[in-house]
Design a protein around this ligand. Structure first.
Ligand code: NAP
Length: 247
């Protein structure tokens, strides 16, 4: 897709993230891996986070990035793991799906907590650790990989997959709340969420209609948008295929 085709990208070049550091969770495979590659080709120094050290190392070797192996379910350990890193772009792509039968009444407290830890608490812990530095330096991008299933409109939160849908709805709320706290880009930090659509990854399955590249495109685009504190790009929003969609 032509990076200037739609939306508020503003002027970009292939090196517009040169000098920036991007931390991408879920970078060992699927959408996170493709997003990490897209940010690296835009010039960013990439740090990938995932559990599988071999898969993550090979993904990071391919893009000249650094592997930071961590189980994000260990939410309490996140701050220490990223301590001292100066990160300009945070992409929360790691997530786990809940079991197919997990209606609200069929969900155990254990599954509820396990899904919430990776899908909502870990993004919060990374935001807490890394976004204060972005605000101080007056430049940052936070992109949260949400899901249509977590929307309060359309196909979202309409029953089933309760831990996953509710965690993603919480991630949407975290996104909007944080963006407002950061004055909607006027402190130099853009905070947005994106629905990648149903993609052919381990999570989406081989029969999903969209490719990994299609699913990763909007997240990369959001990270690369031009913005300035005096004229911020639209932020605190939910995006799908580079267009805003209702929460
Ligand atoms: N694919 C879809 O159709 C679809 C649709 C809507 C939304 N999304 C969202 O898009 C994002 C990416 O999804 P995907 O399809 O690429 O998923 P995926 O193929 O299942 O990959 C998930 C990634 O998250 C990492 N991860 C999972 N649990 C982790 C943990 N406890 N600690 C650290 N890393 C962990 C995995 O790495 P390790 O196993 O190495 O830890 C892997 O890199 C997710 O947020 C998902 O909810 C996907």
């Amino acid at each position: 897709m032509d990076p200037t085709a739609r939306g508020n990208l503003g002027p970009v070049s292939s090196t517009d993230l040169a000098g920036r550091t991007a931390l991408v969770t879920g970078a060992s495979r699927g959408l996170g891996r493709a997003i990490a590659a897209g940010l690296a080709s835009a010039g960013a120094a990439v740090i990938g986070v995932a559990r599988d050290g071999d898969a993550l190392s090979s993904a990071m070797e391919a893009v000249g990035g650094r592997a930071l192996v961590h189980d994000l379910a260990d939410v309490d350990g996140i701050a220490a793991r990223v301590e001292g890193l100066e990160v300009d772009v945070l992409v929360n792509a790691a997530a786990v799906m809940s079991s197919k039968r997990s209606t609200t009444l069929a969900t155990t407290l254990g599954e509820w907590r396990d899904v919430r830890a990776v899908d909502l608490d870990a993004p919060f812990a990374l935001v807490s650790a890394l976004v204060p530095g972005m605000a101080r330096r007056r430049w940052g991008r936070v992109v949260n990989l949400s899901a249509c299933l977590g929307r309060l409109t359309g196909p979202g939160t309409a029953g089933g997959l309760a831990p996953y849908r509710v965690a993603k709805a919480g991630l949407n709320a975290l996104t909007r709340n944080l963006a407002h706290e950061l004055a909607l880009g006027r402190r130099g930090v853009l905070v947005d969420a994106t629905c990648p659509g149903h993609c052919r990854t381990d999570m989406g399955g081989p029969d999903a209609p969209r490719s990994i590249e299609e699913g990763a495109d909007t997240a990369i685009w959001l990270c690369r948008r031009a913005s300035s504190p005096s004229e911020p790009a639209p932020t605190g929003r939910l995006w799908e295929d580079r267009a805003e969609v209702p929460w």
